[in-house]
Design a protein around this ligand. Structure first.
Ligand code: NAD
Length: 274
């Protein structure tokens, strides 16, 4: 979901970009996803065929981490599983040239803890870059220095993100960073409004759109992000901050019933064709 879109952000801005996955076949699939995103942009009049081809020419899929050894910046977006991330970062640290900056797109892990996977000489060049989905569209990137990250690393990464059209925001290395704390707090309250019978799901979404100026309602958005992931992040925030992030019983019911959102055809709303 994230890796290919992040690669596209750099490739369309003129950077030669390696796209790695566990096999060449998987990495090629990421490149196909990039082509699909560019096709949609062309249909909407936001890109041309030439721009699509130029971006694709700069994306180099590979199934071998060794091929990243000469990269100046690596953005890791592998599964949100500690052992997988640890293994990837330990390997990258050994393979990469000494000047390589390694960034993680983790949503929930401590950047300072992830930095423990690289050697003492790399810790100053290890940082968090939290892109939002879809990464090729959403401009916000939270830039999260760990305790040992050097200022120059944060500055260099911030400058680069600005150059590719993103809006970087510097955030401390705390659980949920900035965006997820605001987002989960807000939808916790939205769920309470529905549970208490104050207003309906549809009306909460109207409040978001016509009162807060959001492009879509919060329940419609939650159906896109997926309730399994929403609940997972809720639980991490609940553990870190206590009651103010207690997961809503509604989310538990949706997950228990397999109504995970758009991807399963139903969540707060129904998407199956009648
Ligand atoms: N999905 C989101 O909305 C979102 C938003 C912000 C951040 N994130 C974070 O981004 C990261 C990726 O999330 P995603 O939703 O794209 O996950 P995903 O499951 O869609 O993609 C993960 C990819 O990592 C690959 N992978 C697994 N092990 C690997 C290895 N050892 N080497 C190379 N590639 C490997 C998988 O094959 C897969 O293609 C996670 O850390 C997640 O927390 C996700």
């Amino acid at each position: 979901m994230m890796g290919a879109e992040i690669a596209l952000c750099f490739a369309r801005s003129g950077y030669e970009t390696m796209l790695n996955d566990i096999s060449l076949e998987f990495a090629e699939r990421g490149k196909q996803k990039i082509a699909g995103v560019m096709d949609k942009n062309i249909k909407k009049g936001r890109a041309t065929e030439d721009e699509k081809q130029a971006a694709l020419d700069r994306v180099h899929p590979t199934g071998a981490l060794e091929d990243l050894a000469d990269c100046d910046l690596i953005i890791e977006a592998v599964l949100e599983v500690w052992d997988v991330k640890k293994d990837v970062h330990q390997t990258l640290d050994k393979l990469c040239k000494s000047s390589t900056i390694i960034a993680s797109n983790t949503s929930s892990m401590s950047i300072s803890k992830l930095a423990s996977c690289v050697g003492p000489d790399r810790k100053g060049q290890f940082i968090g870059t939290h892109f939002n989905s879809p990464a090729s569209v959403m401009k916000l990137v939270e830039v999260i220095p760990g305790l040992l990250t050097e200022d120059e690393t944060a500055e260099e990464v911030t400058k680069l993100l600005e150059e590719i059209g993103k809006v970087p925001v510097r955030v401390k290395d705390v659980v949920g960073f900035g965006l997820n704390r605001i987002f989960h707090c807000m939808y916790g309250e939205a769920c309470r409004l529905v549970e208490e019978g104050v207003c309906s799901v549809e009306d909460v979404d109207k409040i978001c759109r016509y009162g807060l100026g959001h492009p879509m309602g919060i329940f419609a958005l939650l159906d896109i992000t997926g309730h399994d992931l929403n609940l997972e992040v809720d639980e991490i925030l609940f553990e870190a901050y206590g009651d103010r992030f207690r997961p809503s019983p509604q989310l538990h019911r949706l997950v228990d019933s397999g109504r995970l959102g758009r991807k399963t055809g139903a969540g707060f709303y129904d998407y199956e064709e009648k």
